[in-house]
Design a protein around this ligand. Structure first.
Ligand SMILES: [Zn+2]
Ligand SMILES: [Zn+2]
Ligand SMILES: [Zn+2]
Length: 309
């Protein structure tokens, strides 16, 4: 934490013994002081009205956007145990960052820290929260990393923002498919990718620029791009929708299939995956050649029994 170098620039918090009215003096959005600050009823965050896009001060009993997200986020698809196990992997990824040392240091080591920082938080306290299974959603975890950004305004701002970016990426991965996330972080065996997830991913031929169509799993479709993970090296890419076709038995490329060891390895993995789907569901249906991927209706190769979609 970089408070020591900057405490002379930073204003001290207002001292109060009233636990219910213990608010920050820095806007949680722009991180500056100033007038027209509005305090949340549920947490110490304050905001400028303009930073909230409001022309008038909100009425009494106002809940900030961060608390609102946390209160309205429905309990996740994952169990609390499973979620916190995944968050531990996400945290390990943050801790392995070369700049992590700035956010690991315990705040107890800095004198007068609490005179300036209303809600001290570091990677150690986040780890404690994970161990106590305190996070009920990925948003709550992002919320704590946002506090790190808020508490580190100055020399470390950019690094803290990078941490927030990494966190958002990891949380998106967890939300996309927790099974893929857990298996890819543990990598106990190299065949993790051939095992079907409980909701099998739509399969496709995805053509990346400069490559031939390659078999892949669809993770999501955003606007006109398909977020895929390829068979073979398991690398990720975003491919334009018009360059992806639902998996057909026939190869969809306009040119002849070029065989090389990587491509052959990906076809072997694909076949193992299909065989596992067949043994789980009793059948597997290929799409007709060059079937476009639908943004709304994923192609079902197998009947999905538990009805989640
Ligand atoms: Zn502001
Ligand atoms: Zn709040
Ligand atoms: Zn998956």
């Amino acid at each position: 934490m970089d408070l020591q170098q900057n405490s002379d620039l930073r204003l001290k918090l207002n001292k109060t013994n009233d636990e219910n009215n213990h608010h920050d003096i820095y806007c949680f959005e722009c991180h500056h002081v100033g007038q027209l600050i509005t305090g949340c009823d549920s947490c110490p965050r304050v905001y400028h009205s303009k930073c909230l896009g409001l022309s008038l001060l909100p009425e009494k009993h106002w809940i900030c956007p961060e608390c609102e997200v946390n209160q309205t986020t429905p309990l996740q698809r994952h169990s609390i145990n499973e979620l916190n196990r995944m968050l531990k992997y996400a945290l390990d990824r943050l801790k392995s960052h070369p700049q992590a040392k700035h956010f690991i240091q315990s705040m107890d080591e800095i004198p007068d820290y609490l005179d300036y920082i209303i809600h001290p938080i570091d990677l150690v306290s986040i780890e404690k929260n994970i161990n106590l299974k305190r996070y009920c959603s990925t948003d709550a975890f992002i919320g704590d990393i946002k506090w790190i950004v808020h508490n580190n305004q100055s020399k470390l701002t950019n690094i803290a923002r990078t941490f927030l970016k990494i966190t958002r990426h990891e949380m998106t991965e967890i939300e996309l498919c927790s099974e893929c996330y857990l298996r890819s972080t543990q990598v106990v065996s190299t065949d993790w990718f051939t095992k079907p997830c409980s909701i099998p991913h739509t399969l496709c031929w995805a053509k990346m620029k400069g490559y031939q169509p390659w078999p892949a799993k669809v993770l999501r479709i955003i606007n006109d791009e398909v977020d895929v993970r390829f068979f073979g090296q398991h690398d990720r890419a975003r491919i334009p929708l018009h360059n992806c076709f639902v998996l057909s038995k026939e190869y969809p490329g306009s040119e002849k299939k070029k065989f090389n060891s990587n491509f052959e390895a990906s076809l072997i993995q694909l076949q193992i995956h299909i065989d596992q789907l067949k043994s789980l569901y009793g059948h597997f249906t290929y799409a007709p050649l060059r079937t476009s991927l639908s943004k709304t209706k994923p192609f079902t190769f197998v009947s999905i029994i538990d009805g989640r979609s």
